[in-house]
Design a protein around this ligand. Structure first.
Ligand SMILES: [Zn+2]
Length: 528
């Protein structure tokens, strides 16, 4: 994800439009048939796990979920302990209330195993088991939905990973989701749709596919032959044309960086909330949720500035964090929060490239890039644990104390982004501009995407194999040690100096050697 304090930045997914009339017909058909399954028979295709989301209550901020399956008895359902991309504990269990179960339409006991967030229903093979419950939507109006759910009178958002129960043992079976429209609104999800239902090939895909309904506005475009969609909710202070310009620049720049795209289509869910300037996002494989709280978050006046990089950050995640990700997140274990030591690579490096590619796209000036790097350096210098906590440790302990490693005094976002800067500029200088961190990221994607899972110690080998340079000792100092990062020194190699202060400034030196000038020009280059 990407999350930044007010007026700063961090990251977020999409869909398919359903007209109210279509969905209403399907709902009526579903109700009429009770969403019945045919009895299982030998050799028959497995019946899909069916979900229905309905009964939006904007005043109470709740909605109902029904999950129905036909399986070998008994049926166990589980709630995820965490949400991929959202490396912080949430009150997911407390949000599920008024739970009940039926077997073949008759009331049945729903037995909870509280410490495992699991529920079991006794049933015989072939019987239809349905569980229903109410979800308390917890996401705030600033985001209008991101890590769990949001409902008001205008739009509703559901992240399946956080709100839907998984049928244990049927994770590989296809899933269908029916979403009752909010008011007269549309419904959107980054999934194929048939007969009013969204279709997922299994739990992983469903969990990763936000569902949205209500007063949605749509825009679409094609870039490098891939279809993109923008779906917005809330009251934007930025025009759809300006926002689409940024999304198009990201869709042109990031896929070119990697050379291929890991998704068949992609949706930017853009939420324009209220209540402050928070800017945050959450990545998914085929979409992202971007949240801009109020006009400070993004407006026509500031859209080309700092808020723009969130879009690049989140799209970059489709490769780095989703298609390729740490082995400890591959496959996702929804039953336990993961101990992951490389979130600095998934998040910090994505922060760096969120900045650099916003510049490379032409959206940012050199000054904007330098301002943002200076701000990150200021945050780093204020980190109480910057000489104590390594990036490995910051990543491993994100679940404890405060998030992102800050409980141990060093954020893997900030320190990770600056470690990427140091490594990138070292490679550029050492190779006289012929190699860079770009080569390393592309090698990682070729070797580990999609979803092969890289080991914690992957970076030294990735640098060696992709560039021919052995920087093992330096990389270990940067990632496993807690010595200060040599940020001013590497920036000096490109003819910049760092002026310290509350907000450190990175400024060009008056005199710059031809070599530094060449390195700088290449680092800053703009692609069409
Ligand atoms: Zn992120």
């Amino acid at each position: 994800m990407a999350a930044v304090p007010a007026a700063e930045t961090q990251p977020l997914s999409l869909s398919r439009r359903l007209l109210l009339s279509t969905v209403a017909r399907c709902l009526a058909a579903g109700l009429a048939t009770g969403l019945a399954f045919a009895p299982a028979s030998a050799g028959a295709a497995p019946a899909p796990v069916r979900y229905r989301i309905s009964d939006w209550n904007p005043q109470g901020r709740t909605f109902r979920v029904r999950v129905e399956t036909q399986a070998a008895a008994p049926v166990t359902l589980a709630l995820s302990r965490w949400v991929p991309g959202y490396y912080q504990l949430q009150s997911l269990r407390e949000a599920l209330v008024r739970m009940s179960a039926t077997v073949d339409g008759r009331s049945a006991a729903l037995v909870e195993t509280p410490d495992r967030w699991r529920w079991t229903v006794a049933a015989a093979a072939g019987q239809r088991v349905a569980v229903e419950y109410t979800v308390l939507a917890q996401d705030p109006p600033t985001s209008r939905g991101m890590g769990q759910a949001f409902v008001d009178g205008d739009s509703a958002f559901v992240l399946p990973a956080a709100c839907l129960l998984r049928v244990v043992g049927q994770e590989q079976e296809p899933c269908e989701v029916e979403v009752e429209p909010l008011g007269a609104g549309a419904v959107a999800a980054p999934l194929p749709e048939r007969g009013g239902r969204f279709l997922a090939d299994g739990w992983d895909q469903l969990a990763d596919s936000p569902l949205e309904t209500g007063n949605l506005r749509f825009r679409s475009f094609t870039q490098h032959g891939v279809p993109y969609r923008i779906v917005t909710t809330g009251k934007p202070a930025v025009s759809m044309d300006n926002f689409t310009y940024l999304a198009r620049r990201a869709a042109a720049t990031v896929p070119r960086f990697f050379g291929s795209t890991p998704y068949p289509d992609y949706t930017f869910f853009a939420h324009f909330g209220s209540g402050g300037g928070s800017v945050t996002g959450l990545e998914h494989a085929r979409c992202t949720t971007l949240a801009y709280g109020g006009p400070e978050g993004m407006s026509n006046a500031n859209f080309r500035g700092q808020p723009a990089s969130l879009i690049f950050h989140e799209l970059f995640h489709a490769w780095n964090a989703k298609a390729m990700r740490p082995a400890s997140l591959t496959p996702y274990n929804y039953d336990a929060v993961p101990r992951t030591r490389t979130l600095w690579l998934a998040e910090g490096f994505t922060t760096y490239y969120g900045y650099l590619l916003t510049r490379r796209s032409g959206v940012w000036s050199e000054e904007e890039l330098l301002w943002n790097l200076g701000r990150e350096y200021g945050r780093y210098l204020r980190s109480p644990g910057r000489r104590v906590t390594s990036l490995f440790d910051a990543s491993e302990f994100t679940w404890e104390d405060r998030i992102y490693g800050e409980g141990r005094g060093a954020s893997y976002y900030t320190k990770g982004a600056l470690a990427a800067l140091v490594l990138d500029l070292r490679l550029r200088k050492g190779s006289a501009g012929t190699r860079s961190l770009d080569d390393v990221m592309r090698w990682l994607y070729r070797r580990y995407g999609p979803a092969a899972g890289y080991p914690d110690d992957v970076l030294p080998r990735a640098v060696r194999e992709s560039t021919g340079y052995d920087l093992t000792a330096e990389i270990r100092r940067l990632t496993e040690g807690a010595t200060d990062l040599p940020v001013p020194s590497v920036l000096a190699d490109l003819g910049y100096r760092v002026i310290l202060g509350d907000l450190p400034r990175v400024t060009p030196l008056a005199k710059v050697s031809p070599e530094a000038r060449r390195l700088r020009d290449e680092w800053l280059r703009v692609e069409p």
